[in-house]
Design a protein around this ligand. Structure first.
Ligand code: NAD
Length: 360
C-alpha cells in the first residue's frame, strides 16, 4: 500500500453462503430470508438439469424455469427473459450457471428491479459485481447499477465438479485477472488488496489440483473460494487495460471470454508492472514467484491453456484495429495506453512469447 493511506471503500450488501450442496440446501432459505415467494430460475440450456434441481428445491416458491441464457446477453435474449419473469408474476430471480446465466439474471434485474440470487457454476466472479452487460447490433454495452448486484450468492463447489478441466483453468485465470487489475486500480484499498492477493494465491494454488483431479471437492472448494475473493475485487474497483483489451477482443472480434483473459493477462501485467510495482509484488508473493507475468504465463502453459491470440483465431491483420479501439477507450490504467503500447501488448499476446516489452 502507499505510504500515506488514502482510500475509500464501499461495503456492499451481499450475503454469501458457501458449502458443498448449498445450491439445493441453502437457496430456499436465502429466498425465504429475502421474503421472495415467486422465483423465476434462469440458466443456459447446458445447465438446465442443475437449475431444475435448484428449482425443485424451492418447491412452490418457484414459478418457472427459463433456460435461454447465452454468452454476452444478446438484447433479444434479455427481452424474452424479462417477458418470462413478467408473465410468471415473479417477485425475484435465481440465476444458476456461469457468467452468461448470471448476466441474464442481471438483465432481468436491470429492467424490472427484481432481486437476484446467484448460484454460480464457474469462476467468472460476475455474482459479486454490480456490472451488467447487454449485446445489441454486434456491440456489447456494460454499466454499473446496484440493482443488478445479487442480494444473495450461494457458492456450491459440487456444482463446479462438472466444469471441464480446460474451462476450469481458463475460468480460474479469468478470476485471477480481476484481482490483478484490482491491485493497481485507482480505487483500490487495503481490504481489496488483501482479498486480491489471497484470491490469486487460492486460485493459483487450486488450479493444478483441479486440472489433475476435476472431481476433487477440496480443490474445487479452494478454487471457488478464490473466485469469490477475485469477483469481490472486480465488484469494488475500476477495470484497466487488461479488461479493456479483453472487452475489445470479445466484443469486436468474438474471441472466447475466459480463454482470451487467460492469454492476455501476462502481457497486460508485464506492460503495467513498471507503473504498478506494489501490485506486481503482491501478485509475485501470491504466486511464490519473482516475475509475476512470467509465472502467470507458465502456470497457464503448465495447465494446457491456450497461449496465444493466434490460437484463439485472431488474425494478424486485426491487431491494428484492436489496438486503436483499445487506445480509444476511456478507462483507468496505471500506465498510459498509447496505440503503440496497446499494439505491442496485443502483438506479444498474439505471438504468445515471453511477456516482455523492451522497446517501450
Ligand atoms: P459461461 O457462463 O458462458 O459458461 C461457459 C460454458 O460453460 C457454457 O457452455 C456453460 O453452459 C458451461 N458451464 C458453466 N458451468 C458449468 C458447469 N459447472 N459444468 C459444465 N458446464 C458448465 O461462461 P463464463 O466464463 O462463466 O461467463 C462469461 C460471461 O460472463 C461473459 O459474457 C462475460 O462478459 C460475463 N462476465 C461478467 C462479469 C460481470 O461482472 N458482469 C464478470 C465476469 C464475466
Amino acid at each position: 500500500m502507499r505510504d500515506v493511506l488514502d482510500f475509500s471503500y464501499e461495503s456492499r450488501p451481499v450475503r454469501v453462503v458457501f458449502r458443498p450442496g448449498a445450491a439445493t440446501t441453502a437457496t430456499p432459505g436465502e429466498a425465504a430470508a429475502l421474503g421472495l415467494r415467486r422465483l423465476l430460475v434462469v440458466c443456459g440450456s447446458r445447465g438446465a438439469a442443475t437449475a431444475r434441481a435448484v428449482a425443485d428445491s424451492l418447491g412452490p416458491a418457484c414459478v418457472g424455469l427459463h433456460d435461454g441464457a447465452r454468452m454476452h446477453v444478446p438484447a433479444d435474449v434479455a427481452a424474452r427473459a424479462v417477458e418470462a419473469a413478467r408473465a410468471a408474476g415473479a417477485d425475484g430471480c435465481v440465476a444458476v450457471g456461469g457468467g452468461s446465466s448470471i448476466g441474464l439474471g442481471k438483465a432481468i434485474a436491470l429492467r424490472t428491479g427484481l432481486p437476484l440470487i446467484a448460484v454460480p457454476s464457474t469462476y467468472s466472479g460476475s455474482e459479486m459485481t454490480p456490472v451488467w452487460g447487454l449485446t445489441e447490433h454486434g456491440a456489447k454495452r456494460t454499466g454499473r447499477d446496484p440493482v443488478v448486484l445479487p442480494r444473495s450468492v450461494v457458492y456450491d463447489p459440487e456444482l463446479t465438479v462438472s466444469l471441464p478441466a480446460p474451462l476450469s483453468v481458463t475460468s480460474g485465470i479469468n478470476a485471477v485477472a480481476h484481482a490483478v487489475e484490482a491491485l493497481y486500480a485507482p480505487d483500490t484499498s487495503p481490504l481489496v488488496a488483501l482479498m486480491a492477493e489471497e484470491g490469486v494465491r487460492a486460485m493459483a494454488g487450486a488450479l493444478p489440483a483441479v486440472a489433475n483431479r476435476p472431481d476433487s471437492l477440496e480443490a474445487r472448494g479452494r478454487a471457488l473460494y478464490g473466485a469469490w475473493l477475485c469477483g469481490s475485487c472486480l465488484g469494488a474497483t475500476s477495470m484497466g487495460l487488461h479488461h479493456a483489451l479483453c472487452h475489445v477482443l470479445g466484443g469486436t472480434f468474438s474471441l472466447p471470454h475466459a480463454e482470451t483473459h487467460t492469454v492476455v493477462l501476462p502481457y497486460a501485467l508485464a506492460y503495467n508492472a513498471p507503473a504498478a510495482p506494489e501490485a506486481a509484488a503482491a501478485v509475485a508473493r501470491a504466486l511464490s514467484a519473482t516475475e509475476p507475468a512470467h509465472a502467470l504465463r507458465s502456470l497457464a502453459a503448465r495447465l494446457g491453456a491456450p497461449r496465444s491470440l493466434a490460437e484463439l483465431g485472431l488474425k494478424e491483420t486485426d491487431l491494428a484495429e484492436a489496438a486503436a479501439e483499445t487506445a480509444g477507450r476511456a478507462y483507468a490504467n496505471p500506465r498510459a495506453v498509447t496505440e503503440e503500447g496497446a499494439l505491442a501488448v496485443l502483438r506479444a499476446a498474439y505471438e504468445g512469447g515471453e511477456p516482455e516489452f523492451p522497446g517501450l
